[in-house]
Each structure stands twice: as C-alpha cells, then as structure tokens.
Ligand binder design. Structure first.
Ligand code: EPU
Length: 417
C-alpha cells in the first residue's frame, strides 16, 4: 500500500510544468479504436489511468508504444473481445469503449465502468442515446452487451450536458449513417480536444465546445493525430498550492481561458496572479478572504477543483459557503480536514467553511482522487507531518506529483510498503 508523508509549511519557488489532461487522454485512447490507421497522441501524461488503458488496448490486440509523452497506437488488428471487469472496473473512462466499439464493430461486451466513489454516476444518458441510434442493449448485473446492425444518426437531446455522454455520442456518430445532432451537449475543453482528434482522422464533427454539436457520418477514418490539452485540474491544483505557499511560483504550460472560474475566485480571495503567455505566477497571499464556491458545468467552477478549493478556504478569513452541484458525494474528505483542525460543517451537498484555521499534521485518507488533492494541500500548509493513505486514487490523476512538488521545495515522501 502506498502512502505520502508530507512535512508541512515549506515555501515553494520555481516552475511546475503541467502535463496533458487526464480527462482528455482517457477518451482519446479509446477513440483510437475507430480507425485501422495509425494514431499519434502527444503530451500524454504518465498516470495510472493511461497505463490501464494501454493494457486494455494491448489485450484487444493493439500495438502500442509510449515514450517521451508520445503514444503511438496501431489498432489495425484489434478484435471486439469482451472487456471484463478486470479492465473496465478500474476506471470510469472504460465506458468510451462502448462508443468506439459500436462504431467500428457494431457490437460491444463490457462490464460496468469504475471510477471514484463520488456519487451514483449512472450512464443512462449514454444508453438512451445509443438506443436512439439503433443499438439493442442487454444489461445483466452491471455487464452490458450491445449490438446494432448499423448505427444511425439522430437528433439527441440531453437532459443534462454530460461530458461522458457527449464524447460517447461523438464516438458513435462519426461512422454512423447520416447526421447526428447533440442538443445540450457538454462544452468542456476536453470535448473539443476529442473532436480535433476525430476530425484529424477524417471525421466531420462541427460545433464541439458549444452546446450543439453536429456530426456527419463518414465511411471510414484514417490515421489520426492530436496533442492532449493541458490538464486544467492539475494546473488549478498547483495554482491553489501556490496561492498558499508560493514565492515566485510559476505554473507553466497552461491555457488561461480554461481556468477563468478558478482565477476569478482566487482573485476574489485576494490572490494576485501574474498571467504570462502560457503560464501563471503566484505568491503566498496573506489575509486571504472567504469566498463562496458553487460548482457547475463548464465554464462554471469545475467540480474536480471543488475539493482542493475547500482546503484553500480553510485558510481564508471568514465564512465561505461551498456548494457542489454535480455529484452527491464530493464531501467525504471533510471529516479528514476537520481532523486536521479545519472548521467545516457539511450538510447535504453544501459546506460552511470557517477560517482561518491553523491546520496540524495528522494521519488521513484520500477517499477519492480530488479528495486526495485536498488532503495534499491541507498537509502542505499544516504544521507538522501529515500522512495520506490510499493515495492510489491521487496518483491516478496527478503525474509525477511528488517529484514536481519536491523540485520546487516541498518535503514529500512517497512510501510503498
Ligand atoms: N450523469 C447521469 N447520467 C449519465 C451521465 C452522467 O445522471 O448518463 C450525471 C452523473 O452522475 C453526474 C453528472 O451527470 O452527477 C456529471 O456527469 P458527466 O457525465 O458530466 O461526468 P463524467 O463523464 O462521468 C467526467 C470526468 C470527471 C468530471 C466530470 C465533470 C472523466 C473520466 N471524468 O466525468 O472527472 O468530474 O466529467 O466535469 O472524464 C475527476 O477527474 O476527478 C473526475 C471525476
């Protein structure tokens, strides 16, 4: 079992480079199945979710190389084998094999997707869309078998702009007969990144990044190329850390626009950010002020930064209201923060965070990926030593986390016992 031991209160100077976005690459890899051509994906982060997807591709018959952040994939010999629990339950994004398999093979046999326990996370929106496009779905105890003669383009309205369902419908529609329109599509930057990849293969996807996406099916796709966009959640996590502990702390290789909601809230709290071309420099800010946070779909305040932000709010003077609107269980880390000296009252999907509180090092758990990031931030500002258990969650989403932080002056050890 792996754990992280943090000696708190070290100031951080220097530059942290942000890697490719987890939530993009976990869709791009299954999307490569759509073509028999060769795919090159650049700026791929070396995180465990990527390793799991590479193993899944190899099991399916792909030839894959992963070197210097470049993933080269040849799926010409991939077969529509069943994707069992062994692969599917390890990550959420395994559901993207549904869309890409249905497109290429008209069939998929796959176990329920896994992922962080942050809510019930149904996939009804994906399934309704598949069904509308002509897919027969059989579900038995979390195992799906789906078949179609040929996917058909349709107008598909989403009750909620789901990120996963938007990408899955794009994957299903690129080789379908006719035109598909997604109405009330998600607009997250990761969707635009996936659409660029599909279009590089010869797909016809228009409007990605807006709430209406139109896809005209084509006969066949060819070689594909894409560069993964910077991970806005990793960048945001480091900006939060820099606001608490930075001394000329530069977060590099970012896209500012993807971080507007966070930047605005940090500024409201009193943080001064110096925005460069692809970077933001930040310093430890004294007398931080309480701010209210309500998570939402893009360009709202992203749910994945809600938990890291809650750790930040413990260091702000006054009362902050925190409200999560996407998932039911994004507050499981609160008892761990309170154990470290925070004053947080959680109720329903809301929390009142009173600050500033002096945090002290304790033994705590990463209950999910972003909860782990919250505990990391708390441990880094706390007095004394914090040990975070269950950090497998954290390592799923943050590339070379310990090295990146120690390189700028943190004192963190990764222990594998
Ligand atoms: N939802 C449904 N039915 C569906 C699909 C979604 O009810 O068919 C609900 C979910 O239960 C949830 C909400 O809609 O309450 C949002 O779900 P969405 O489909 O938008 O999210 P996702 O595709 O499951 C991705 C990221 C999440 C990120 C969300 C929102 C991946 C693999 N995961 O999840 O990332 O929080 O979008 O931006 O891309 C993380 O990185 O920590 C993480 C959880």
């Amino acid at each position: 079992m792996k754990k992280i031991v943090i000696e708190g209160n070290h100031l951080l100077s220097g530059t942290v480079h942000i890697g490719g976005a987890k939530n993009s690459v976990v869709a791009l890899i299954p999307a490569s199945i759509l073509t028999k051509g060769k795919c090159v994906i650049e700026n791929v982060p070396d995180i465990s979710d990527v390793r799991i997807l590479i193993d899944t591709l190899k099991y399916l018959g792909s030839k894959v190389t992963f070197k210097d952040e470049v993933l080269t994939i040849d799926n010409s010999n991939v077969e529509p084998k069943a994707i069992s629990e062994e692969f599917a339950s390890k990550i959420r994004a395994s559901y993207y094999f549904m869309g890409s398999f249905l497109s290429r093979f008209n069939t998929v046999d796959i176990s329920c997707p896994g992922g962080c326990v942050i809510g019930t996370r149904p996939i009804d929106i994906h399934l309704e869309a598949f069904s509308k496009m002509g897919v027969k779905i059989k579900e038995d105890d979390g195992h799906y078998v789906m078949n179609t003669k040929k996917l058909e383009g349709k107008n598909i309205f989403f009750n909620f702009p789901s990120v996963g369902a938007t990408i899955n419908v794009m994957l299903s529609a690129v080789l379908a007969k006719g035109k598909t329109k997604i109405i009330n599509a998600a607009t997250e930057p990761e969707i635009t990144n996936v659409a660029s990849f599909l279009n590089s293969m010869g797909a016809k996807v228009f409007g990605a990044g807006t709430s209406t996406i139109e896809i005209t099916g084509v006969e066949e796709l060819h070689d594909g190329y894409v560069k993964v966009i910077p991970d806005r959640i990793e960048a945001g996590t480091y900006l939060i850390i820099g606001s608490l502990l930075g001394r000329n702390f530069k977060v590099d290789d970012i896209i500012e626009e993807h971080l507007y909601a966070l930047i605005s809230k940090l500024e409201d709290a009193g943080v001064k950010l110096k925005v460069g071309k692809n970077s933001i420099t930040v310093n430890k800010t004294k007398n931080l002020k309480a701010v209210n946070i309500k998570t939402g779909v893009y360009p709202g305040f992203v749910t994945d930064l809600g938990q890291p932000m809650s750790a930040f709010l413990t260091q702000c003077e006054g009362e902050s209201l925190f409200e999560e609107t996407i998932y039911e269980n994004r507050l499981r880390h609160v008892p761990h923060l309170n154990n470290m000296g925070a004053d947080i009252k959680a109720f329903d999907k809301k929390a009142i965070i009173r600050g500033k509180t002096n945090l002290v090092g304790r033994k705590v758990k990463a209950t999910d990926l972003r909860a782990g990031a919250a505990m990391l931030i708390a441990g880094m500002v706390a007095n004394g030593t914090t040990t975070i258990y269950n950090i497998e969650h954290l390592l799923r989403g943050y590339e070379r986390l310990v090295d990146k932080l120690n390189n700028v002056g943190a004192n963190i050890k990764l222990i594998d016992e």
